[in-house]
Design a protein around this ligand. Sequence first.
Ligand code: AMP
Length: 610
Amino acid sequence: MRDLQEMETFADSGLAPSILEALSAMNFTKPSPIQAKAIPFLLENSRDLIALAQTGTGKTAAFSLPILHKLDLTRSHVQALILSPTRELALQITKDLMNFGAKMKGLKVVTVYGGARADVQIRALKNGAHIVVATPGRAVDLLTRKVLDVRQISTLVLDEADEMLNMGFKDDLDTILATTPPTRQTLLFSATMLPEIERIAKQYMNDAQQINVGGRNQSADKVEHVYFVAHARDRYEALRRIIDAHPEMYGIIFCRTRRECQEVADKLGSDRYAAEAIHGELEQSQRDYVMSRFRKRRIQFLVATDVAARGIDVNDLTHVINYNLPDQLESYVHRSGRTGRADKSGVSIAIINMREHGVIRRLEHMIGKKFTQQPIPSAKDICARQLLAVAQKILEAPEVERAVMEHVPEVLEQLKDISKETLVAHIVSEKWGHFLEKYKFADDINVDSRGMESRDRRENSGIAFATFQLNVGRQHNFTKQDLFGMINASRELKGSEIGRIELAGGTTTFQLEAARAGAVIGAFRTAKFNGEPVLVTEAAPMAPRFERGGSRGRFGGRGGGRGSRSGYRGGSGGGDRGSRGPRGGGGGFRGGNRRGGGYPTRPGGAPDDL
Ligand code: AMP
């Protein structure tokens, strides 16, 4: 590859003064690396160019500025055709072209894309266009109808060529490449070098110069890659904890399918996060509405498929989250490239299951950067971070209105005997107490490399456990949250003293720190479930859940043996109508009838099946 001359400033690039004027009005002072390489090359050469660069590198200006510079505005035919994978990106390119060409009198740029009325676009083309920005399908459609004439173009741009191929535009690209004049200069931009791109280069491009800023460009260097390992069943819970641990997050959550996208967005919605789905099934007007709310930060998270997220041009995303890694690993580059843009740093997060470690290694190889594994934040971490965020918000808050200040002395007088600590604790608890409540009984859902869960680790940590059984189980719709609810309501035991819990059809077996076994009678004395007293009995110890090479043993001698030695009654020993404070008999955790419709609320925040 020949060395390329690089320009230092736009002023010494040789670009037309009208363009320089527009650039300085836009505050483009220093060329980005891809611009520094591509612009001088394109101004001096008619050779083809392949640039490996992803979104956020300034690639739009890299091809747009030379195209504008070379335009002959006195001639009315189409001189450049720019192909983009999505409508959003096409519109963004057009907007950039109009800004760069703001001082070029008579400049006509027309955008054509699928999913919108063709007649309006045809009318625009008939009015004349120097540059046409198009999605491939609509371009072919208009070529076939002979309303788009590309026989005289001098430049053809394939922007995000890998995305166009991934989206199935291969045949359309072939048609367009074969229809445009062989004398054209072809500029191909792609984040990754797919074999199919090499084929296009071989078949349709001449002596192409290659520029590589993809993967290792400035903006990509500002992206940190992180992954979390969770059981597939805990994926959503892991997501929730990750976002709860980062109150400042503003980002895109990527899903593999439209369905998954909608499901995740719906769950987040039910859990009261400001999140909206954006996928191909939405009407254009709905997409526009969602996007405008996201830009204004009324929505904190977009939940998107790869296709829908293309062309989303939001510069200050703090995070992108791969709820599931993409099937096409190349898409990861595009996903992560949505953050760490415009001089900001960003984090790309992947939630993986235990079998996906290999995928992370392949991604590391592909992007040339290491991922770091982080533990799924614990309930304690989350609460601490949320509370600190409250403090930060207070520090950053604008001055309090005078009308409020006027009342402060009276309030101070009334609270004069309360310490500062107590006061702060009350305010914080008022504002964010629901977080503490939500995570009160949340379990650790981290998975270690051998697949042991934390409760098993606790079991193996030398703590002695006694085992008990309740006469309610899955068939009664009894859940772990119900068990914690009873324990909490009794105030005799703490959730943290419980070890493993196994829900069976008609019973629930649980471990309790042996040192606390004596409190079990009191804890269940008045416990009721669905109006019936709950009976607690001592049970045989549980077998370890994972044994190396062995079978997954259940608790031995179920039902038989020592099973029900002594009936520790937790029943109607009198006075069970009297409530024991706000959460009598576990009812505080339940919204009445569990079979009721709608999304099941899980105030305990713990997944169903830890
Ligand atoms: P792109 O990769 O073309 O989507 O550009 C990413 C963002 O960087 C866009 O918002 C551009 O307006 C901005 N940008 C591109 N080049 C420059 C430059 N030389 N100086 C400042 N901003 C730029």
